[in-house]
Design a protein around this ligand. Structure first.
Ligand SMILES: *[C@@H]1O[C@H](CO)[C@@H](O)[C@H](O)[C@H]1NC(C)=O
Ligand SMILES: *[C@@H]1O[C@H](CO)[C@@H](O)[C@H](O)[C@H]1NC(C)=O
Ligand SMILES: *[C@@H]1O[C@H](CO)[C@@H](O)[C@H](O)[C@H]1NC(C)=O
Ligand SMILES: *[C@@H]1O[C@H](CO)[C@@H](O)[C@H](O)[C@H]1NC(C)=O
Ligand SMILES: *[C@@H]1O[C@H](CO)[C@@H](O)[C@H](O)[C@H]1NC(C)=O
Ligand SMILES: *[C@H]1O[C@@H](CO)[C@H](O)[C@@H](O)[C@@H]1NC(C)=O
Length: 939
């Protein structure tokens, strides 16, 4: 009989004895009732009034919400208060709930220590205090019945007590996201029932004890480091495990997840790893110092879904993995790996039907060429990164089969030959100059267009040449957009072989000759834009039979003769026809009426010309600058020149001419604002899309750099709370970024506008948006990005009032090994952290500080530079004093929280929490500031 059962029996005996002696078992009930009442009284905030209403002294505790009792003894066995949004402390009296089996107070805001009296809970099987703000040491002694212990996401510090490792029944141990230090004790090997252990993101150091091999039931091992620090030094909590990975860990056949990433392990992987770990699903060993070959036996771990070995020192050939059918992510970038010339490992991945991500960039793939079988990789493939790898040869056109590929990066290789005209080529247009240069210097770009093109978008480039008659081979093409280029020549008659064509835009080029009658053979045509060219002759009458034609534009040409008036033409307006030589027809087209004779003779001559004169032209397209091709299934592509803006879509390259037209030559009336970098204008594209364009003043020192920084950063990141880029326009003299327009302006403008009403919820939402954006910047990428200029004027509001962080002109993208850099860039006074403002030291902490100031400003509606501050008194001091005096209503923005508000108390509590959070962001020393993960989760 185990201790708990023994204890239980004794108590039952006693209570029975008492029940015989007295009329009710009052003795036991009052102990539990007393403990829970003390707990209730220790709660300082219960925003949903759960305990306040339900835990009534007049009802039996066993009916209280979150409380369950044993049927016979009527003692509390379960206390589950998870996610009640409670704030307060845990009193030692809980240790008197001697029959408690389950204690779950997770996802609240409990603070203080966990009382050591909880060690008296001898029946406790499951304790979950995750996601609170507990601090101090882990108090437990021998809780011999414990099976599940979850203390994650708190502030527990000190060493892991060895008593934890004496709990032989323990199955799940989760201590992640705390600030525990010291070594992992060897006693861990005694946890013979352990199935899952997570010590992720602590400050543990030393090595993993070899005794771990004893734990034959382990399925999940997560010792991942806090991502922020990784190999970066010091400032934030991080594991610092090192040495070799004990080989015994690879003998635990039950293992499903092994995550040792972001540590400093230096060893090789055992060659039989895949044989000894047949159940492995996730192998995350990235960002360590692991070396040696990647064992081919990994292929035997047929359950493997994620293989993350990137950022290590692995060498040798990448083996083939034909058996990994469940693989979704294959990340081997940043090693010193090589491969066979045909890159057989890539071919072997064609068996992985669910493959989504392949990253092999930054390796030593000299002499390797991408195999044609790349086109047989899974249709679910979204990301393929193989840049900086010395790959040679051509890009196989089969890559175009990968319909869902949204990010492919092949720059800085030795690729040659033609650019396959399919697939969607990367996001980083402005960055792609390196790609273009590489192509330019090594290649003559020419060659036939592959036959299976679905959509060609070459608009807004400097492309010249003529359309070859081979265009007729594009049997399944849906759309051709060659607008805004320097193309010339005729439209080949053979274009009518493209029977699926729905959209043709050739506007803004130098096309000439007649409009071929054969266009009318493309029955599905919905858009035909030939405007701003030099077409001559007549508009073929047959075009009026195009049933689906919705958009037709031949304005600004040299056309003459009658405008057809039948069928689909009845809906077009004079705008489609303005600025031609001598068009005539119905009055509503605002052209003179036609005389009968004119018409007949002209028609005939046109027909004759069509038949005999237009020769088949053979010419190749000479591609002069960056070729940007987009093919999407038709359903993904909007007709015409709609700008793709959704996530994953590439940037659009916009010509200066187009931009100038769309902003009315950058007129003053379209000016939205000026800054140190240059100016922002409003504009509207032909298709009605409004946008903002940020024109960088590249003559100013730093202007060019600012453009580069901003486009570099914005091309690598995507988040709902960051301003989104539509495209760019760049040449030697002019650099601009085209951004989504934010109809509600900046937070600053909104904060100090007349319509401002200080809605707390809205402010909180904005705070959360900004926090999430910063969390993503700091922690969501391989290396942290520091914005360096967080303030209300750099946070914009979209039409839904979702906040988006903008203006990355002075942001810093940290490289490996950096956590702090020096800068001379001027910080904004008032918002800059002390170490940044005075010494130019930039770390993620600098953003945290600025965010803290922004929080204070939003809720007090006082700028840090307000006249009332200066000398000793700063915005921070001012709020601190009111917090200490418990009088924050004194500093809240006027009218923010009227006394009559129905939820006055609750909202006042929120405000206190917000200000307390701001203070944690405003610690003088960057090391003492909280990080944005904590800040965002607090909010
Ligand atoms: C408390 O909550 C429980 C469970 O939701 C419910 O059954 C009980 O009636 C409530 N008691 C009071 C006094 O509201
Ligand atoms: C990691 O531990 C090593 C010793 O094992 C120590 O020299 C080093 O400073 C530690 N690094 C960090 C970031 O704590
Ligand atoms: C792992 O298992 C193999 C085969 O069972 C054995 O030879 C080896 O000694 C074991 N290694 C460790 C470190 O336990
Ligand atoms: C990582 O380990 C190596 C030795 O294997 C040591 O030289 C280096 O300092 C360690 N790095 C950190 C950040 O602790
Ligand atoms: C003209 O436009 C109307 C409304 O947009 C549409 O219902 C009608 O079918 C169009 N007519 C032709 C001939 O396309
Ligand atoms: C049990 O808890 C302690 C605090 O840890 C109290 O001091 C005791 O009074 C309490 N005992 C009873 C019977 O409620």
């Amino acid at each position: 009989m185990d201790i708990c059962m023994f204890y239980f029996s004794v108590l039952v005996l006693i209570s029975n004895y008492f029940s015989l002696t007295f009329s009710t078992p009052l003795f036991n009930l009052t102990t539990d009732q007393y403990a829970l009442t003390v707990l209730k009284n220790s709660i300082v905030s219960d925003p949903n009034a759960i305990l306040y209403k339900n835990w009534s002294i007049h009802t039996p505790i066993c009916g209280w919400i979150g409380v369950s009792c044993g049927i016979i003894h009527q003692r509390v066995t379960v206390l589950d208060l998870s996610s009640f949004e409670l704030r307060g402390t845990i009193p030692p009296h809980l240790g008197n709930l001697s029959f408690l089996r389950v204690l779950d107070i997770s996802s609240n805001s409990f603070t203080g220590i966990l009382p050591s009296e909880l060690s008296k809970l001898r029946c406790l099987e499951d304790i979950n205090v995750a996601a609170n703000n507990f601090s101090g040491e882990i108090p437990f002694g021998a809780l011999s019945q414990l099976r599940h212990m979850d203390l994650s996401d708190n502030g527990f510090s000190g060493k892991i007590p060895s008593s934890v490792f004496n709990i032989s029944r323990l199955q799940n141990l989760n201590l992640s996201f705390n600030i525990l230090d010291g070594n992992i004790p060897e006693e861990i090997g005694g946890l013979s029932s352990l199935e899952s252990v997570s010590l992720r993101s602590n400050e543990l150091e030393g090595s993993i004890p070899y005794t771990i091999f004893n734990i034959s039931s382990l399925m999940i091992v997560n010792f991942r480091r806090n991502m922020l620090s990784g190999k970066l030094p010091n400032n934030i909590c991080s594991n610092n495990l090192s040495g070799s990975i004990p080989l015994g860990i690879f003998n635990i056949t039950t293992l499903q997840l092994l995550d040792l990433s972001w540590n400093n392990f230096s060893s090789t992987l055992p060659s039989n790893i895949g044989l000894s770990l047949p159940n492995l699903q996730y192998l995350h060993l990235h960002t360590n110092n692991l070396s040696g070959p990647i064992p081919a036996s990994i292929n035997n771990a047929s359950q493997l879904e994620e293989l993350f070995l990137l950022d290590n020192l692995f060498t040798g050939f990448i083996p083939s993995f034909p058996s990994l059918r469940l693989l979704t992510r294959f990340l081997l970038s940043q090693n010193s790996l090589s491969a066979t010339p045909e890159m057989e490992f890539l071919s072997s991945l064609t068996n992985s039907e669910h493959l989504e991500v392949v990253e092999i960039s930054g390796n030593l793939l000299q002499g390797c060429a991408l195999p044609n079988s790349i086109g047989n990789l899974s249709q679910s493939l979204e990301i393929f990164l193989a840049h900086n790898s010395s790959i040679r040869g051509v890009i196989p056109s089969e890559i175009g089969n990968l319909a869902n590929l949204s990010d492919i990066q092949l720059h800085n290789n030795h690729l040659s030959g033609s650019i396959p005209l399919q697939g969607s080529i990367p996001l980083e247009f402005c960055e792609m100059s390196s790609l273009a240069e590489l192509y330019m210097s090594n290649n003559e770009l020419e060659g036939p267009i592959p036959e299976y093109l679905v959509f060609v978008n070459l608009s807004s480039n400097y492309l010249s040449g003529q359309i070859t008659p081979q265009v007729g081979d594009l049997k399944i093409i849906n759309g051709i957009d060659l607008s805004f280029n320097l193309f010339s020549g005729d439209i080949p008659i053979s274009i009518d072989h493209c029977e699926s064509l729905e959209s043709i835009s050739l506007s803004n080029n130098n096309f000439g000759g007649f409009i071929p009658q054969s266009l009318a053979n493309m029955k599905g045509l919905t858009t035909l834009d030939l405007s701003k060219n030099s077409f001559t002759g007549m508009i073929p009458k047959s075009l009026q039979d195009l049933k689906f034609l919705e958009y037709f534009n031949v304005s600004y040409n040299k056309l003459e003769g009658e405008i057809p008036n039948g069928s689909c033409f009845s809906n077009f307006t004079s705008l489609s026809f303005v600025h031609n030589s001598a068009l005539c027809g119905p009055a509503r087209f605002e052209v003179p009426p036609c005389s009968k004779d004119d018409e007949g003779s002209k028609l005939k001559s046109v027909a004759r010309l069509m038949k005999y004169i237009l020769p088949p032209l053979f010419s190749a397209m000479a591609i002069v600058i960056i070729v940007v091709i987009l093919i999407r299934r038709w359903k993904h592509v909007r007709v015409g020149t709609q700008v793709p803006t959704s996530l994953g879509n590439p940037w659009r390259i916009i010509s200066y001419i187009e931009l100038s037209r769309a902003t009315n030559s950058f007129s003053e009336t379209n000016l939205l604002g000026r800054g140190s970098f240059g100016s922002v204008f409003r504009g509207v594209f032909d298709d009605g899309l409004y946008f903002a364009v940020k024109v960088f003043n590249i003559e100013l020192e730093g202007g060019n750099k600012s453009f580069e920084t901003e486009s570099r950063i914005l091309s690598t990141i995507r988040h709902r709370n960051l301003v989104r880029i539509i495209g760019c326009c760049t040449n030697m003299e002019f650099k601009a970024l085209i951004l989504e327009i934010m109809p509600n302006g900046s937070v600053e403008k909104w904060l100090y506008s007349n319509g401002y009403c200080g809605d707390i919820l809205q402010l909180l939402n904005i705070s959360i948006d900004v926090a999430l954006a910063l969390e993503y910047l700091h922690h969501g990428n391989t290396f942290p990005i520091v914005h360096c200029d967080i303030k209300p004027s750099n946070v914009l509001l979209d039409e839904d009032m979702t906040a988006r962080v903008a203006d990355f002109g002075i942001a810093k993208l940290f490289e490996e090994g950096e956590a702090m850099v020096h800068t001379k860039t001027l910080a904004t006074i008032g918002y800059a952290a002390p170490e940044y403002g005075s010494e130019g030291k930039v770390s993620t902490g600098a953003d945290v500080y600025s965010f803290g100031i922004m929080l204070l400003e939003m809720f007090t509606r006082k700028k840090p530079t307000d006249d009332m501050f200066g000398g000793e008194m700063s915005l921070k001091e001012w709020v601190t004093e009111s917090l200490q005096a418990n009088e924050i209503s004194q500093v809240l923005a006027p009218a923010m929280l009227p006394e009559r508000d129905r939820h006055f108390d609750m909202k006042m509590n929120w405000m206190t929490s917000v200000f307390e959070l701001a203070m944690k962001c405003l610690a003088i020393s960057p090391d003492e500031r909280i990080n944005m993960i904590e800040a965002a989760s607090t909010l």
